[in-house]
Design a protein around this ligand. Structure first.
Ligand SMILES: Cc1cc2nc3c(=O)[nH]c(=O)nc-3n(C[C@H](O)[C@H](O)[C@H](O)COP(=O)(O)O)c2cc1C
Length: 432
């Protein structure tokens, strides 16, 4: 077979975006790439709770290609296993097409696509010259994507941020697709929206990009997903193929469980149940997946966030644990005590009245806040101008209660007026 034949054969078998999307069963709920957080154990847990596609954390392409230790720490034999970890997209950050290809080749037989991170806004990305800090270098981005498109056995995909300018964002998306990206994920925030300045994602721009790209583009939207209900809202409003969630999924893995929208145990899982389930997954794969063990402490803190505020003794114990300690310590200091406390909570006579989810009024961002009992997983709201998100939710719910009260009083007033008028009219008629 000549070289030309080899190239042709590779091209024939390489799936285009829509084919790949269909091949992996049209996933609509995606675990976002998250450094130190979307590792194997977390992906397995998230899929059990409704996620239909997962991205790995971003790996540094050059390190992955050149450092055996880094590769081993990030990627184990279990990662990408066809029975436990698919469908899967592996994400890299890069600024050199050759290293990117070298790294991608190491995983191409154990994932469905390789993604280029063009969204990371952190200082480390600025220093390392990758992620969103390539947004001024379209030629470089084009060459990175094209290198994989032309040379990898599997499709290449990309995850981008937006610019303030809609038109520029659209042109940018078109360039990324032209280079060969087969799925496009748009995170609807600009580069400066990070930390306290994270704020809302701009769905208008996401929608504008989506609506102005060719229909066959496989398009994923990312940002503003707090509750399971937001997923259907996003799909309808943004006309996207799937919704990707990062923080929503981290604090509440039940966020993707939209097939069970009326079952609070599935969409706002009890912290005792989820911590146990997750802990058992980490243990099962800990012989090879170092990344799963390392990420455990951070996941515990996030899953248990509302609970730890009420049980600070467990918070202190958790703070003192580390990944090198034996699993028994984790079991005895955190997992078991959490189970015991929640079991006691559920023995209370009035638990049915207490264990309820309260839905607030529709907010500016299109969805509604909920109050969720502290023994259930729930979203986290970043502090803005020093005010914690939880306080904002409580304030907004208080305002809702006040708005409801005024609304009801007005309704009663208006009903009274109507009834007075009716009585008056009837009295008039009787007189006539
Ligand atoms: C802990 C954490 C780690 C992240 N790491 C990555 C990453 O490795 N690659 C990436 O493209 N984005 C990363 N992101 C960004 C998310 O993938 C996502 O784009 C962003 O958080 C917005 O989604 P959200 O509103 O659902 O959180 C990370 C976000 C968080 C919270």
């Amino acid at each position: 077979m000549s070289n030309a034949d080899v190239n042709t054969t590779t091209k024939v078998f390489k799936m285009k975006g829509r084919e790949l999307f269909n091949h992996i069963n049209k996933p609509t709920k995606i675990v976002a790439p998250m450094v130190d957080q979307s590792e194997l154990a977390w992906r397995i847990l998230s899929r059990r709770y409704g996620a239909t596609l997962a991205y790995t954390p971003m790996f540094h392409a050059k390190l992955f290609a050149t450092s055996e230790k880094y590769g081993k720490d990030m990627w184990s034999e279990y990662d990408g296993d066809k029975d436990i970890d698919r469908p899967l997209v592996v994400q890299f950050c890069a600024n050199d097409p050759d290293y990117l290809l070298q790294a991608a080749k190491l995983v191409q037989d154990k994932c469905d696509a390789v993604d280029l991170n063009l969204g990371c806004p952190q200082g480390i990305a600025k220093k390392g010259h990758y992620g969103s800090f390539l947004m001024e270098e379209w030629d470089l981005i084009h060459s990175l994507i094209k290198k994989l498109h032309d040379n990898l056995n599997i499709p290449v995909t990309a995850k981008i941020r937006i610019y303030e300018d809609k038109e520029k964002s659209l042109e940018y998306a078109k360039m990324v697709l032209d280079a060969g990206a087969q799925f496009l994920t748009v995170h609807g925030r600009i580069r400066d929206q990070k930390g306290q300045k994270t704020g809302l994602a701009n769905w208008d721009t996401i929608k504008y990009i989506r609506d102005n790209l060719p229909k066959e583009t496989v398009f994923f939207a990312n940002g503003n997903i707090l509750y399971p209900e937001d997923i259907a809202r996003g799909m309808n409003e943004l006309h996207c193929d799937a919704i990707m969630s990062a923080e929503g999924n981290l604090y509440n893995p039940g966020i993707f469980n939209t097939d069970f929208i009326n079952d609070k145990d599935k969409i706002f899982p009890r912290v005792d149940k989820i911590i146990r389930e997750y802990f058992e997954i980490v243990k099962k794969y800990s012989d090879k997946s170092n990344a799963s063990k390392i990420a455990m402490k951070s996941h515990f803190f996030k899953i248990l966030r509302p609970f730890l505020g009420n049980h600070t003794d467990i918070r202190s114990k958790l703070a003192s644990l580390n990944a090198k300690m034996p699993f028994d310590r984790w079991e005895n200091d955190v997992v078991k005590p959490v189970e015991d406390i929640v079991e006691e909570i559920f023995k209370q006579e009035d638990i049915k009245e207490k264990d309820v989810i309260i839905v607030g009024e529709k907010q500016m961002w299109g969805g509604s806040y909920r109050t969720v009992p502290y023994w259930r997983c729930q979203p986290y709201f970043r502090p803005v101008n020093g005010v914690t998100g939880d306080k904002r939710v409580i304030e907004s719910l208080k305002q809702n209660v006040e708005v409801e009260r005024v609304k009801r009083e007005n309704e009663i007033e208006s009903l009274k007026r109507k009834s007075d008028e009716l009585v008056k009219n009837e009295t008039k008629q009787v007189k006539v």
